[in-house]
Structure formats: structure tokens, C-alpha cells
Write a protein that binds this ligand. Structure first.
Ligand code: PEP
Length: 246
């Protein structure tokens, strides 16, 4: 299965940054290279989709559960498609934290995104307190099950997961490789339980302080189907290094 490397720019990036992505396009170009997506802020989706011209995927960082309506400041899944996005990150821990997004809300967004034709990258992950309490497995399984239950029928052909320990995001801290392997194995069992053989194409990305320096070690962990990359995706040369490692 081809790995998927996704850059999450969060609330960073200006139009003037798009011209520096040459190394990313080059790293994504060779036959057999990993699939690559960048999820810029919504202001840059159309411009990046135009500039990338199919060399990488472009994605959104969130979408609303409704297709349109009186929701000031929100962006719908059909609007992401219209702007050139083909994927969307849902359930990122920063939105769970900052916007109090719960599994029911995330499930509704999964349904809306898939109905519009977007591929979903669903994020799950435990906090440091949950990890210290030995609850990592329970937490990520519960997040996955609850989001799926709230979504209704989910098409596994348009679904990938990202295991992102909250305490590893933007901190420079990374779990032990054995711990990443254990969570990915657990999520693979969850996917098999939910979708059976149809779930075999669902990739499980790792996210949390992935860099050019640690990417190869992380991709060597069994069950790691790619990476969701925050900070390092803002540096084209370093993001390209991660893509090459994948
Ligand atoms: C993220 O926010 O999804 C992320 C993984 O961030 P970082 O790579 O900066 O830890």
C-alpha cells in the first residue's frame, strides 16, 4: 500500500509561501513515491490546488457538517471540493480542544465530507494524562468507534486514520516505537472489526513531532501507513525529506 504523507499547515501560510514548494513536488514525483497532501489554511486551498496542478493532493483542515447555510465563518465540504481540495482532516486534537468538538460532531462531519466526495483523515489520540493512566488503547478505540457510529455508513475507500498522541503534537516528544506499533495494531484491529476486508486499504498515519530526522525510524514501525506532519511541513526541504523517507 502506498504511504500517505499529509502536511497540516494549521493557521500558517501566505500566498507568497506557495512558490517555495518545489522540493515537495520533486519528492512526490518519482513513480512509487508516497502520496502527498498539503492541508493549508482555507484561504490558500484554491491557489495551492492551481499551483500544484495534480502533483500533490490539497486538503482542508476541517469542514462543517452542513452543505450550506447560515453558519458565519464556516466552510462546507462541497466548498472544499469546489476550491480544489480532495481530502479533509477531521477530529484534529486542536479542534477537539479549542472548539470542543466531540465524537458526535466529528461523525457528522465525516458523513458530510464523504457525501461531498472528500477523502477523510480522521485523527484520534490520547492526552498525556490518559497515557499515564494506561488508557491509550481504550481512548483511541472509543474515539474511532464513536465517530464511526455517529457518521452512519462510512466508505472505507475514502478513509484514513491518523494516530496523534496529543502530548506529542508540536512538543518534539515522540512515543517509543513499540508504543506506536501497539496502537497502530490496535487501530488495525478496530478497522478490520468495522469494515472487514473492505478496510484493508485504510491507512493509519502516525502524527506528532515527525521530522526529517526521525521519519525513517517511524516509517519502519509495522503498521505505519504514513504521517500527518505539522511543524515540519512548513519547511519545504524538511517536508521533502519526510516524503522521501516514506
Ligand atoms: C499535527 O498537528 O497534526 C502535528 C502532527 O503537529 P507536529 O508535527 O508539529 O507535531
Amino acid at each position: 500500500m502506498r504511504r500517505l504523507v499529509v502536511g497540516n499547515w494549521k493557521m500558517n501560510g501566505m500566498a507568497s509561501d506557495l512558490g517555495a514548494l518545489g522540493p515537495v513536488y520533486e519528492a512526490a514525483a518519482p513513480r512509487g513515491a508516497a502520496e502527498v497532501a498539503i492541508c493549508p489554511p482555507a484561504t490558500l486551498i484554491a491557489a495551492l490546488a492551481g499551483a500544484a496542478a495534480g502533483r500533490i493532493w490539497v486538503g482542508g483542515q476541517d469542514c462543517h457538517a452542513a452543505a450550506k447555510g447560515a453558519h458565519t465563518g464556516e466552510i462546507s465540504a462541497p466548498m472544499l471540493i469546489d476550491a480544489g481540495a480532495r481530502r479533509v482532516i477531521l477530529g484534529h486534537s486542536e479542534r477537539r480542544r479549542d472548539r470542543a468538538e466531540d465524537d458526535a460532531a466529528i461523525g457528522a462531519k465525516i458523513a458530510a465530507a464523504q457525501a461531498a466526495g472528500l477523502g477523510v483523515i480522521l485523527c484520534v489520540g490520547e492526552t498525556e494524562a490518559e497515557r499515564d493512566a494506561g488508557r491509550t488503547g481504550d481512548v483511541v478505540a472509543a474515539q474511532f468507534r464513536a465517530a464511526l457510529a455517529a457518521a452512519g455508513p462510512v466508505d472505507p475507500a475514502r478513509l484514513d486514520l491518523a494516530y496523534e498522541p496529543v502530548w506529542a503534537i508540536g512538543t518534539g516528544r515522540v512515543p517509543a516505537m513499540a508504543d506506536i506499533a501497539a496502537v497502530h495494531a490496535l487501530l488495525a484491529r478496530e478497522i478490520a472489526g468495522a469494515f472487514g476486508a473492505a478496510g484493508q486499504g485504510v491507512r493509519i498515519l502516525y502524527g506528532g513531532s515527525v521530522t526529517g530526522a526521525n521519519a525513517a525510524e517511524i516509517f519502519a514501525v509495522p503498521g505505519v501507513g504514513g504521517a500527518l506532519v505539522g511543524g515540519a511541513s512548513l519547511k519545504p526541504e524538511e517536508f521533502a525529506r519526510i516524503i522521501r523517507a516514506a
